[in-house]
Design a protein around this ligand. Structure first.
Ligand SMILES: Cc1cc2nc3c(=O)[nH]c(=O)nc-3n(C[C@H](O)[C@H](O)[C@H](O)COP(=O)(O)OP(=O)(O)OC[C@H]3O[C@@H](n4cnc5c(N)ncnc54)[C@H](O)[C@@H]3O)c2cc1C
Length: 352
């Protein structure tokens, strides 16, 4: 089996690595020199098991548990352990939260528990707010992990091609700048926030995928006693970065931005400053030398996150995207599932 993967972000790299470990011949088309200006390069790298949706918690916890048990992956990703605090929205469904915590507990026993948010270092939380506190969360460098996964895939026989891809054909094949056509047995478009634009340009069905801006600021602060956190009552999220620096962000409302047009939103950065003062008492945020990072991720219309989706009815052409702003934490699991699906579908086609 010979698989072409267009896109060398974390999604494409993790899938190439999984497939190469199964003995599949893979060519990764990285798109050339702009390949690092992507979601993977900008990612905040927060990894935790808990998500309010139990299915998303399963994908995130599987990935986190794999980092924790595999020292090689841990060092490739630069994994650092931190506690994670997830303050739940007041209207959160308690049964669903408990189910998600059980999922985390199944793979990382004793890591997650639900507790009153009172007593945690947040100000002005709604009365009775609850939080899920996880001992074994942390952060990784998605860009570093991507590089190591690609290097290992190449050592196992995969090929990297840096010539830009200008089209996808149902045979299946990729069309390279200059007109060269590369045939394959299955073609996967792992092009993250470029997916809606490329599906449109290449005459493929739209798949109800949209891009959304994600933005955070690196500022000078050290909120005492706070590791990684998400506060669903205000939208604020963050983590320590290195001595004296902290990452803080709020969800943006910028949808359907083209990757060529992404730019930091100053109004959103100001809202982070206001929330940082309200919730964390950080009156001097973000301080001297602050830097705001803005990029995009690809979101599916429904739930589902990063997964393989058929792009051309009846043809082995797929997208592998839908990170929804959180695929660094699910990529290992999602790539394992996608590799198994590709290998299984190929075996079924040969048997038919
Ligand atoms: C600012 C930000 C912060 C984030 N923080 C977190 C976090 O804290 N925790 C977490 O779990 N997740 C986080 N995420 C989400 C996570 O980083 C992304 O879901 C993940 O990196 C997406 O990877 P990808 O490979 O799908 O996309 P990308 O990394 O964008 O990769 C797509 C690749 O396709 C390439 N490409 C485009 N067109 C072509 C072409 N024609 N030919 C060949 N290649 C092409 C691009 O150059 C790019 O390299 C964050 C995302 C952003 C943007």
């Amino acid at each position: 089996m010979n698989v072409a993967i267009v896109g060398g972000g974390l999604a494409g790299a993790a899938l190439a690595w999984r497939l190469s470990r199964r003995g599949v011949r893979v060519t990764v088309f990285t798109g050339g020199s702009s390949r690092w200006a992507d979601a993977t390069g900008a990612s905040g790298g927060l990894v935790r098991g808990f998500e309010p949706d139990p299915a998303a918690a399963a994908a995130a916890t599987e990935s986190l548990a794999e980092f924790r048990r595999d020292p090689v992956l841990r060092s490739w990703a630069g994994y650092q352990e931190l506690t994670s605090t997830y303050v739940l929205a007041p209207d959160d469904d308690t049964d669903r939260t408990e189910a998600a915590v059980r999922v985390v507990d199944g793979l990382l026993p004793g890591s997650a528990r639900i507790r009153p948010a009172a007593g945690l270092p947040f100000r002005g939380l709604p009365a009775g707010a609850l939080a899920v506190v996880e001992r074994h969360a942390g952060y990784i460098s998605p860009a570093r992990l991507r590089s190591s996964l690609l290097t290992d895939a190449v050592e196992a026989g995969s090929e990297l091609c840096h010539v830009p891809v200008t089209g996808a054909r149902p045979d299946p094949a990729v069309v390279l700048a200059g007109g060269e056509v590369r045939r394959c047995d299955a073609l996967v478009l792992a092009v993250g926030p470029w997916t809606p634009r490329l599906l449109d340009q290449w005459g493929l069905p739209g798949q109800r995928l949209r891009t959304k801006q994600i933005q955070y600021t690196l500022g000078r602060a050290a909120p005492p006693g706070l590791g990684a956190f998400v506060d669903d009552t205000s939208g604020l999220y963050g983590r320590p970065v290195s001595a004296g620096l902290f990452l803080l962000g709020l969800p943006s409302d910028r949808w359907q931005i083209d990757p060529a047009d992404v730019a930091a939103d100053p109004a959103l950065a100001r809202r982070v400053t206001i929330r940082a003062a309200e919730r964390l008492g950080l009156g001097a945020w973000p301080g001297a030398g602050a830097r705001t990072v803005a990029s995009l991720d690809c979101y599916p219309a429904g739930r589902g996150g990063l997964r393989l989706r058929g792009a051309m009815p009846g043809c082995p052409v797929f997208t592998f995207t839908g990170g929804s702003g959180g695929a660094a934490k699910t990529a290992l699991f999602a790539a394992r599932r996608a590799a198994a699906e590709l290998v299984g579908q190929s075996a079924a086609r040969r048997g038919a």
